[in-house]
Design a protein around this ligand. Structure first.
Ligand SMILES: Nc1ncnc2c1ncn2[C@@H]1O[C@H](COP(=O)(O)OP(=O)(O)OP(=O)(O)O)[C@@H](O)[C@H]1O
Ligand SMILES: [Mg+2]
Length: 248
């Protein structure tokens, strides 16, 4: 059996009376990229917050490398929230250095080297000494990604990381993500774009708190029975299949 980075069993989560995550079970092997796809309100962000330990399940269980998720385990996790949460009074470089320190990178020389390395990686070198408030939306997104990856965590949660990125930089990011997974890191990514989805080894299509289909991009496309189907067609196929099943 492959080594699992994440195992989820019968997970539910409610906000008051609203069931936001509804009986989800899945396993994510170490060293893979796993995509969560679904419309607004499907529960992607809530699921990621549960996996990081920021929310507690209403029922069911989550195990990250054998342990329940906990913010105390933060140094092994990188989390890029959907809304960048950066400090406006700090520069780009100071923000990244701040996250590196709270993630436990104490050794100064090594930390400074790594901070410079990620600034270059997200192509913000020319902007490194200006305030976060002076960045464009896509640049803030890049700075937020740099903060999540600076400590090289084995488990990385990226909530819509490519929103606002131009196509060239998006391709560049995916090259980097592929390098991370081949080095053994596990990536959980939420997205609305089929371009991101196509890069993931495995995808879960989410709708109304449930996983309506799971598989590799080619398996999901093949399920439609149409040779020229894309991932958008596959998503709609499973939505309609669910509606038909619900109506019988
Ligand atoms: N703090 C909250 N209190 C109450 N309900 C919430 C809260 N946060 C999210 N929800 C609800 O939970 C559901 C799932 O929201 P979530 O943010 O997980 O969706 P999402 O799939 O990430 O959507 P998007 O693609 O828009 O980011 C929605 O119905 C939303 O209104
Ligand atoms: Mg979301």
């Amino acid at each position: 059996m492959p080594d699992q980075a994440i195992s989820i069993e019968k997970l539910t989560f409610n906000y008051g009376r609203l069931k936001v995550i509804n009986d989800i079970s899945l396993e994510i092997p170490k060293g893979s990229s796993f995509g969560l796809l679904g419309p607004n309100g499907a529960g992607k962000t809530t699921l990621i917050r549960l996996l990081t330990g920021l929310l507690k399940p209403s029922s069911g269980s989550i195990s990250c490398s054998g342990n329940p998720p906990s913010p105390a385990n933060a140094k092994n996790i990188g989390y890029m929230p959907q809304m960048p949460s950066l400090y406006s009074e700090l520069t780009v470089k100071q923000n990244i250095d701040f996250f590196a320190r709270i993630y436990g990178m104490r050794e100064k020389h090594q930390r400074f080297q790594r901070v410079d390395e990620v600034i270059k990686l997200v192509e913000l070198w020319a902007k490194r000494n200006i305030s976060i408030t002076q960045l464009s939306g896509g640049m803030k997104q890049r700075a937020s990604l740099a903060c999540a990856i600076v400590h090289q965590p084995p488990l990385l949660f990226l909530d819509e990381p490519t929103v606002g990125l131009d196509p060239e930089l998006r391709a560049h990011f995916w090259e980097y993500f592929a390098r991370l997974t081949s080095a053994g890191a596990t990536l959980i990514i939420s997205s609305h774009t089929m371009d991101d989805a196509a890069h993931c080894e495995k995808l879960a299509f989410m709708r109304e708190g449930k996983i309506i289909a799971m598989g590799s991009p080619s398996e999901l496309k093949a399920s439609t029975g149409k040779p020229d189907a894309n991932l958008e067609d596959a998503f709609l196929y499973f939505v309609r299949l669910g509606e038909v099943t619900a109506n019988v």
